[in-house]
Design a binder for this molecule. Structure first.
Ligand code: HEC
Ligand code: HEC
Length: 314
């Protein structure tokens, strides 16, 4: 798959192509050359569009998507983003890879297309499937532009030479190829499409919850094969790896968040404070520290708007 062009670039190219088709009618070959030169210049300027701005946008997306925690082995004082964090699951232990721009041990050799394919389709550059312990099942909902900005940010971080540690999985999970079947059964690649009947805040909240924040990866129960039970989305997961219990985020007053006010929810997302005055624990503490606590107020409000619309689920 070729790297996906910036939508603006694609539109420019279409306009240019239309102009090229029209040109012979005008019987002015000079014009054709001029249009082609202009189109080429336009494509270049679209690509080079302010790299610093892309990195800054990518930094925000990086927080909103919570890439840091999994890809940094904080426990053993591992280098930032150089991987090695152990994720213990029922299928075995995963060790996260190095996602610094080091060419030999990280992702420094990856093209834009490689990076987009990993997040959108869960495939490595060699075409092998990735384990959904990497929540590409959610990130797949991101726009191409957000993925490319995220890559610009990652590639602006220091390169760390640290070889990846192989996962420690029981057979048959140690084999990657059967994952293609898993993807076929349980994975629907994005991107998310805005729902025009809903408000911009709701759509933004949906994007933050479903794609970037990958909240469902913990708050939605899983089936036997580690698949997310979409019909019970956000009903909670009482058996997260590591023994955590992720509560129900639906609008049921007893089992879910139905009795929480908007400001209760905002305080939880910003500071990790519960209505009882406790501090959230477990993996949610990390989510607040690395993700929801770092968002803009408007983005946290958008998350609340979206959570409010979740149906009650048991
Ligand atoms: C819940 C933990 C978790 C989070 C959050 C996470 N990752 Fe990962 N990531 C993993 C694991 C585990 C793998 C290895 C998957 C495999 O081997 O198939 C991985 C693999 C990758 C790979 C493939 C690297 C390679 O060498 O094959 C890339 C690229 C990547 N992650 C980028 C990201 C980015 C960007 C983010 C944030 C948007 C992110 N990850 C968030 C756990 C995570
Ligand atoms: C890595 C797993 C994980 C992710 C990702 C995650 N959560 Fe949580 N969440 C938890 C756990 C575990 C708890 C329970 C914390 C506790 O018991 O103190 C929790 C608690 C909560 C609560 C408090 C609910 C209650 O009834 O106490 C809210 C609200 C919440 N999460 C919202 C979110 C949102 C919104 C996102 C996405 C931006 C998100 N969570 C992502 C694991 C996660």
């Amino acid at each position: 798959m070729p790297p996906r062009a910036h939508p603006q670039g694609r539109r420019d190219a279409r306009v240019a192509a239309a102009a090229v088709l029209a040109a012979p009618v005008l019987a002015a070959p000079v014009l054709v050359v001029a249009v082609l030169v202009a189109a080429a210049a336009g494509a270049l300027s679209a690509q080079a569009a302010d790299p610093a701005a892309a990195v800054a946008r990518g930094a925000y997306l990086f927080d909103a998507a919570g890439c840091l925690g999994c890809h940094t082995d904080e426990k053993n004082k591992g280098a930032r983003l150089a991987g090695g964090r152990a994720l213990v699951t029922p299928f075995g232990t995963f060790y996260t890879p190095n996602i610094t721009p080091d060419r030999a041990t990280g992702i420094g050799g990856w093209s834009d297309g490689d990076f987009v394919r990993a997040l959108r389709e869960g495939l490595r550059p060699d075409g092998q499937p990735l384990y959904p312990a990497f929540p590409y099942t959610s990130y797949s909902g991101m726009t191409d532009q957000d993925m490319l900005d995220l890559k610009a940010y990652l590639f602006a971080q220091p390169a760390v030479a640290k070889p990846n540690r192989s996962h420690d999985l029981a057979l048959p999970f140690a084999w990657r190829l059967p994952l293609l079947g898993w993807q076929w059964l349980y994975f629907e690649p994005g991107p998310l499409v805005n729902q025009p009947s809903r408000s911009p805040a709701w759509n933004r909240g949906r994007y933050l919850v479903e794609a970037l924040g990958h909240c469902g990866e913990c708050h939605t129960p899983r089936g036997w094969f580690g698949d997310l039970e979409r019909s019970r989305a956000f009903a909670g997961n009482p058996a997260l790896p590591g023994g955590d219990k992720a509560p129900n985020l639906g609008s049921d007053p007893k089992r879910g968040l139905g009795n929480w006010s908007d400001s209760d929810l905002l305080a939880l997302l910003e500071f990790g404070l519960t209505p009882e005055g406790d501090i959230v624990g477990g993996s949610m503490a990390e989510v607040v520290r690395n993700t929801t606590g770092k968002l803009t107020v408007d983005d946290r409000k958008a998350i609340v708007a979206y959570l409010r619309s979740l149906p009650p689920v048991r």
